[in-house]
Design a protein around this ligand. Structure first.
Ligand code: GAL
Length: 719
């Protein structure tokens, strides 16, 4: 395949062959073995990735040519294939059959369609589970999962790992030089098992080994977890249990370490296959796909050694699930969550990510969401690019006529006619290809950051303290409030690099380590604004309570302590604002930290109940910056007003004013700025832009008002 590749700067088109030859020479000279796409221009260089998830394994061979022609005619550039085809590739143990897949690759390649191959470890064939029943996952109730579905395996089991590496190795050997193959997806959605964790005997053994390595001695383990409580002192590593039902809640330190272990087990499972792919397929990129912002596993750890993050995105399906669970949602809740998950995906590796699966039609398994409204699939695709995606694959090409996903509709209907959104996807891909590599690999500027801390999320799930309190909900509420247009927000780890941000928000920063406390202090001293939410600084990294006044290691920086902490189950509390916030009041939902300032200025006080008149929000000047403690669970509009004020105080330039439900994001490269305007609502609206702009797709000039139809998306260039 001789496909054009374009550099990050977008100015030097090079042919695939020329690029390979050139970059291999440089890499060879340096004695390095880097994947082709990450080579020497410093930035990722890939063919344009606008494709579709394709299942030749579900399709009669007689249709493969027609499929490839139609995929190419639709303007699509790649497919992802084979991620569940283990049974066809290894019909019995050690007997491999890749002829069918080679033929499919050949046809696709002849039609100039690049190929991402999936390793199939998410769906082992029946011969395997029958022969090795010990590979099955055990859920949180101690029940073994059964075969017949997918994702039913244990991440620690050595037999399963060996067999997964074996099939990945054979695939790598057979496809390392196959024309058209450009990269790999390892496994499939490790965040989405039916039970969040595996609790089998192999995981127990793996956990015991992990604990031994982490702590070195049983004394340290017993100390860290406080095992004297309920007579849990361990005298041998083999006694350490996993948190299965036990007539009482598990030790919180053990439970938090178990979450960390499961994350490690999944990451190391991926890394075993990665090592093989790196060795045998040095020219290919390697990624894996997940649903972003689920806290099942630490996605930063998961993607640490992979080339980029990939995300699966099903907004309509998600909307259906939320309705099924009867969660009350404002109309723009789904688009806010999708924006947030895209922002998180971009920040996992701080670089453009790929959408490996994007909803293309009605979506669901036993029940399904409606056909997306005209314009909506285009809008979702633009939303991904607006938040940092470099490519999008639609799920899936044809709609299956058998199997558990017969109702998960693709680009072709069951009768192979084109789906209602087919032409819209074609148009979208044409437009985005026209915008080019320069935009797709551009940066996403952000002056604000939101901390997402897996330790805090897991610790709060283990002990929520209020039945309705959830770390994820707090992060979601703060994300929606920090920037009503979902613009200019990065996600950061508590120990990541914060130097680029004017303000860092940390809702429910429950677990704080000494190193993190020091880092936050120096961030503030150097001019940053740090805003922590209620119940911050409560626990150490072993999930033990801090022994100093709350917010523990943050108390000095905050210039305040917590006099009392109050879960709210009855009447809502209110907060009245003072100082720079004076003039309004807000509701307080689930929680009230009653504050006792020690040098900090009071910006809000409670107005009702036994702590009426007591401080709820404080701000402390430290060095060149400010530390804010939001002790009240301020909700709704109140939270947006509050958090927005702090952004203003920090000097953040908010994106232009746009009506609610309209997203405004910016991507930037080489002195150019693209502004994305996304109308997530069904009604037409308009946005007033400052100065002269040109529509990057149509070329139309705008000076003030930009009209947006319902579900419209536009990309504007200044000047
Ligand atoms: C994803 C998964 C795909 C397919 C799709 C539709 O979560 O990765 O394999 O199942 O959903 O259900």
């Amino acid at each position: 395949m001789e496909q054009d590749l374009v550099t990050e700067a977008g100015v030097r088109p090079v042919s695939r062959r020329a690029f390979i030859e050139g970059s291999l020479a440089v890499v060879g000279a340096a004695g390095l073995q880097l994947p082709l796409w990450a080579q020497p221009l410093g930035r990722p260089v890939l063919p344009l990735l606008f494709g579709v998830d394709y299942y030749p394994d579900h399709t009669p061979e007689s249709l493969w040519e027609e499929d490839a022609r139609m995929i190419a005619d639709a303007g699509l550039t790649n497919v992802r294939i084979a991620e569940f085809a283990w049974g066809l590739m290894e019909p019995s143990e050690g007997k491999f059959e890749f002829g069918w897949l080679k033929k499919s690759c050949d046809i696709l390649n002849k039609n100039k369609i690049a190929i991402i191959l999936g390793t199939p470890s998410a769906a082992p064939p029946p011969w395997l589970s029958k022969k090795y029943p010990e590979i099955m996952e055990v859920d949180e109730k101690g029940q073994k999962l059964h075969t017949g579905g997918r994702r039913f395996t244990c991440p620690s089991n050595k037999t399963y790992r060996r067999l997964s590496v074996a099939i990945a190795t054979e695939m790598a050997k057979n496809f390392s030089d196959t024309p058209g193959v450009i990269g790999w997806q390892i496994d499939n959605e490790m965040t989405l098992g039916s039970s969040r964790r595996c609790y089998c005997d192999y995981c127990q053994q793996g956990f015991q080994d992990w604990v031994r390595t982490k702590y070195g001695s049983l004394d340290k383990v017993n100390q860290a977890w406080g095992t004297v409580f309920w007579s849990q002192t361990y005298t041998d590593f083999s006694q350490i249990p996993v948190p299965l039902p036990s007539g009482g809640d598990p030790n919180p330190g053990l439970a938090l370490d178990y979450d960390r272990y499961q994350s490690y087990a999944n990451a190391s499972f991926i890394e075993e296959q990665l090592a093989v792919l790196r060795k045998l397929c040095p020219k290919h990129f390697v990624t894996t796909n997940n649903v972003s912002l689920l806290d099942v596993i630490d996605l930063r750890e998961h993607y640490a050694k992979l080339d980029f993050a990939s995300l699966d995105n099903y907004p309509g399906f998600f909307d259906m699930l939320m309705r099924e669970s009867k969660v009350e949602m404002p109309p723009d809740a789904i688009s806010a969550m999708i924006a947030m998950s895209h922002d998180f995906a971009r920040c996992i590796k701080r670089k453009p990510f790929m959408i490996m699966e994007e909803q293309s039609g009605k979506a669901g398994q036993k029940t399904f969401s409606p056909q997306p409204a005209p314009g909506q699939v285009r809008l979702w695709t633009y939303q991904a690019v607006a938040h940092g995606a470099m490519g999008v694959n639609y799920f899936r090409w044809d709609t299956a006529t058998f199997g558990a996903e017969e109702y998960w509709h693709g680009m072709l209907n069951h009768d192979r006619s084109k789906s209602p959104a087919f032409e819209e996807m074609k148009q979208t891909v044409r437009e985005l290809k026209g915008l080019g590599q320069e935009l797709l690999y551009s940066e996403y500027p952000a002056e604000m950051a939101l901390v997402f801390d897996y330790n805090s999320s897991w610790a709060v799930s283990i002990q929520p303290q209020h039945f309705a309190l959830s770390y994820m909900n707090q992060v979601t509420a703060w994300y929606g409030s920090i920037s009503p247009n979902h613009s200019g927000v990065d996600f950061v780890a508590p120990d990541g690099d914060w130097s680029a941000y004017k303000i860092v928000y940390a809702p429910l920063a429950h677990v704080i380590t000494a190193a993190q406390a020091e880092k936050i202090k120096s961030y503030v001293q150097n001019g940053g604004v740090f805003v922590a939410g209620f119940r911050s600084g409560v626990k150490n990294e072993s999930s033990q309570m801090v022994k100093t006044p709350l917010p523990g290691l943050l108390a000095e920086l905050m210039g305040t302590t917590v006099e009392d902490y109050v879960p709210i189950y009855g009447a809502k509390q209110s907060v009245k604002f003072a100082g720079m916030l004076a003039g309004w009041a807000a509701e307080c939902g689930l929680w009230a930290d009653v504050l006792k300032p020690n040098g900090a200025e009071v910006l809000g006080t409670y107005t009702t109940g036994s702590y009426a008149g007591k401080p709820a929000i404080t701000m402390n000047n430290v060095g060149k910056g400010k530390a804010v403690y939001v002790g009240a669970d301020v909700t709704g509009e109140g939270l947006a007003n509050l958090l927005g004020k702090f952004a203003g105080m920090a000097g953040v330039k908010q994106s232009l004013q746009a009506p609610r439900g309209v997203e405004v994001t910016v991507r930037r490269a080489g002195g150019k700025e693209w502004m994305f305007l996304l109308n997530n609502g069904a009604e037409a609206t308009s946005v007033t832009v400052p100065g002269g702009f040109r529509d990057a797709v149509s070329g139309k000039a705008y000076s003030e008002k930009v009209e947006l139809k319902g579900f419209d998306a536009r990309v504007l260039l200044a000047g």
